[in-house]
Design a protein around this ligand. Structure first.
Ligand code: ATP
Ligand code: MG
Length: 245
């Protein structure tokens, strides 16, 4: 469904992505890990159309998508969350999601009541029903991360890209977030590509891992194999204290 082929991206002298290739199949759940600055967020920017790559090919849902603006890629069924969550802070939680539902409609129709109903169903899925009428600025970090997921889901994706949905959460919140991501994946039958620093959580959630280091894919395969790969241990697991805990 998503096919990334030899993607390159440079920022001045920094090579953020160096011939990155990976695929994500329909309904798959894949973890993308790697040290700070490895290029994970840049890859998300490229596949969602926010940053144009210097080279390589990118196919999503059977189409070449390089050069398409982010909203067109979104309408093809690719949604992403941002590492820094960015809701409309003055708007209520439900309206934040309803805006996404309206935007996600491929037929251009605007039925606000239907959008609100759809938003409430998504808030139930991510366990935010109790705060649906609050302004988004009143939410704590864990709730803002859930809202960000609901807003991405509102556009009706077939592939959901999550950029550090779990960073900064407490241990109890992390367990709930793993549960939520699994539930979203199972109930909406979508593929998930998730960037995550917490290796324990990502290994629990994803049967397959892709590892980036200095902009290059250094491993890609079943999670049990990848976490034992000496290059991965050397590049990432062995050098980041607590990452494997
Ligand atoms: N807009 C930009 N301009 C210049 N350099 C950039 C830009 N965006 C990213 N970079 C550089 O590209 C490299 C990859 O950054 P990126 O944010 O993709 O890493 P990351 O894997 O998401 O890291 P983190 O785990 O810290 O979020 C880094 O060296 C970063 O400084
Ligand atoms: Mg990042």
């Amino acid at each position: 469904m998503l096919e990334v082929v030899q993607i390159c991206k440079r920022f001045g002298g920094v090579t953020a992505l160096d011939r990155v290739s990976l695929t994500v199949a329909e309904g798959e759940i894949v973890g993308l890990i790697g040290p700070n600055g490895a290029g994970k967020t840049t890859l998300f920017h490229v596949i969602s159309g926010f940053v144009r790559p210097d080279g390589g090919r990118l196919r999503f849902a059977g189409r070449e998508v390089i050069g398409l603006p982010p909203h067109r890629i979104c309408h093809l069924g690719l949604a992403r969350t941002f590492q820094i969550v960015q809701p409309f802070t003055q708007m209520s939680v439900v309206d934040n999601v309803a805006v996404g539902c309206l935007f996600g409609r491929r037929d251009g129709r605007t039925d606000v009541r239907q959008a609100r109903d759809a938003a409430l169903r998504l808030l139930d899925l991510v366990e935010l029903t109790g705060v649906s009428t609050l302004p988004a600025h009143a939410l704590n970090l864990s709730e803002r991360k859930r809202l960000e997921i609901a807003r991405a889901l509102a556009t009706g994706p077939r592939l959901l890209c999550l950029d550090e949905a779990m960073s900064g959460l407490t241990t109890a919140e992390l367990d709930r977030m793993v549960h939520t991501i699994r539930r979203v994946h199972a109930e909406l039958h979508l593929a998930v590509l998730m960037v995550e620093h917490n290796v324990r959580l990502v290994t629990r959630t994803c049967p397959r891992l892709v590892v980036l280091n200095y902009g290059q894919v250094v491993a890609d395969g079943p999670t049990e194999t990848v976490v034992r790969d000496p290059r991965v241990v050397g590049a990432y697991l062995g050098t980041r204290s607590g990452a494997g805990a």
